[in-house]
Every structure is written in structure tokens, then in C-alpha cells.
Design a protein around this ligand. Structure first.
Ligand code: SF4
Ligand code: SF4
Length: 213
């Protein structure tokens, strides 16, 4: 199955659709996901509780890498209300999208302790579109390739390859697809750009941009 997706904008959404079905070589359940480099915080996980012993502590990494729609804060820049390494100066009045957000490290005890976002410079979160996204600081776009992070992302990709989940790394609008057997540099995908992806059972994929819509 070949699927396509449209890159979301700062306030947009991502849509994926099947373009064609071409038989046995594809992973039938393959689903595509668009990495939202300049997207809103999509991982609304209200009600989830931190994994035992984990707190944000001095980490403020998501206050840089994620876009905050209510504040018109773009991804990849520090929030004006953040004291890096200390916390939010408007904590009681912070937007709901901040209050409702938690990264994977904070809530998932299966996620390695060593991958605290501010330590590894990568923050992993999921979203409603079936995407698992490793958000990197645009000042350190290759952070997702560090061995500990890379190993975890590869494991997730392998375990979800036959499903609708897709694993991405993003730094600004630069986007990579992480497949079990390879990594694919999608380049700088413009807002509204179209990306096609076809998954194969051997853990590889065919990907390509179709340009901005
Ligand atoms: S990146 Fe995770 S651990 Fe760090 S401040 Fe955000 S939610 Fe907390
Ligand atoms: S409002 Fe507070 S919690 Fe939200 S991004 Fe800014 S500093 Fe972080």
C-alpha cells in the first residue's frame, strides 16, 4: 500500500491517505505519518501520570523544541516564559496545551531512564496521528543518532512497523523516517508538502516528496 501525507503547518493538522494498493510486497498495515517540525503540541495525554520516580525536575527541553499555538511560539525556540533549566514562570497560568502535555520519558516506565530529554537533547512524544516523533533541537539536529536514542527509536520502529505507527525524527522542518532496517532523510519538508511512503516487510521503505501543495 502506498500512502501519502501532507506536512502540517504551525496550526494545521496532518492528513494521510492511501493512494493505491499494489500487492504482496508491501506491509499491508503500513500507515504514514507526517512529522510536524513546526507543529503544536499534539500529545494530549491528560490523565496520564508520571512513571514512578520521574519528574520534569530541571528539564525544560519541550519548552524549546515544541511549538505552542496559544503563545504563537514556533518550535525550536525557547518560550519567552521559560527559564531554561529552572521552569515555567507562568506555571499556574500556562496554556492548556502545556498543562496537558507530557513526553514519553516522563510517563512511560519502559522508556530508558537515561533518555531524559535535557540530557540526550531529544524529546520523544506520540500524537493522535500515530506518529512517534523524536524532536531534536535545531541547533543539534543529529542528536537522535546518539547510540542510546538511536537504539530505542530503532526498537520502536521494529515493534510497530506492521502497524499504522510511524517513527520520525525532526529538527526544525528537517525530517527523517526511521525504519527498522534503514533511515531516510526526507529533507526539509515545506509546510503543506506531500510525502509518500511505502513500507516493505524487510524493514525498508520507499519514500519521496511530491512538493508543497
Ligand atoms: S521534555 Fe519531558 S521531562 Fe522535560 S520538561 Fe518536557 S515533559 Fe518534562
Ligand atoms: S508557557 Fe511555560 S510550560 Fe508552556 S512552553 Fe512556555 S515555559 Fe514551557
Amino acid at each position: 500500500m502506498v500512502v501519502s501525507f501532507q506536512m502540517m503547518g504551525e496550526r494545521g493538522s496532518c492528513e494521510a491517505s492511501a493512494l493505491s494498493s499494489q500487492g504482496a510486497k508491501s506491509v499491508s498495515a503500513a500507515t504514514l505519518f507526517a512529522p510536524p517540525p513546526v507543529g503544536l503540541r499534539l500529545a494530549v495525554i491528560k490523565g496520564m501520570i508520571p512513571a514512578q520516580g520521574r519528574t520534569c525536575g530541571s528539564c525544560t527541553f519541550c519548552c524549546k523544541v515544541l511549538g505552542i499555538g496559544a503563545l504563537e511560539k514556533p518550535a525550536g525556540r525557547w518560550c519567552a516564559h521559560c527559564k531554561p533549566g529552572r521552569g515555567c514562570t507562568i506555571y499556574e497560568k500556562r496554556p492548556g496545551e502545556c498543562a496537558d502535555f507530557a513526553c514519553q520519558w516522563l510517563v512511560d516506565p519502559r522508556f530508558p531512564e537515561a533518555l531524559r530529554p535535557d540530557k540526550v537533547k531529544v524529546m520523544v512524544s506520540g500524537d493522535q496521528g500515530g506518529r512517534i516523533i523524536a524532536h531534536c533541537d535545531p541547533d543539534n539536529p543529529a542528536a537522535w543518532r546518539s547510540p542510546a536514542v538511536f537504539h530505542t527509536l530503532k526498537s520502536v520502529a521494529a515493534n510497530t512497523w506492521a502497524s499504522a505507527v510511524t517513527v520520525l525524527a525532526v529538527a526544525g522542518r528537517r525530517t527523517w523516517l526511521i525504519a527498522p532496517a534503514a533511515e531516510y532523510d526526507l529533507g526539509v519538508v515545506p509546510e503543506g508538502g506531500q510525502v509518500e511512503m511505502e513500507k516493505f516487510p524487510d524493514g525498508t521503505a520507499r519514500v519521496g516528496q511530491r512538493g508543497a501543495s
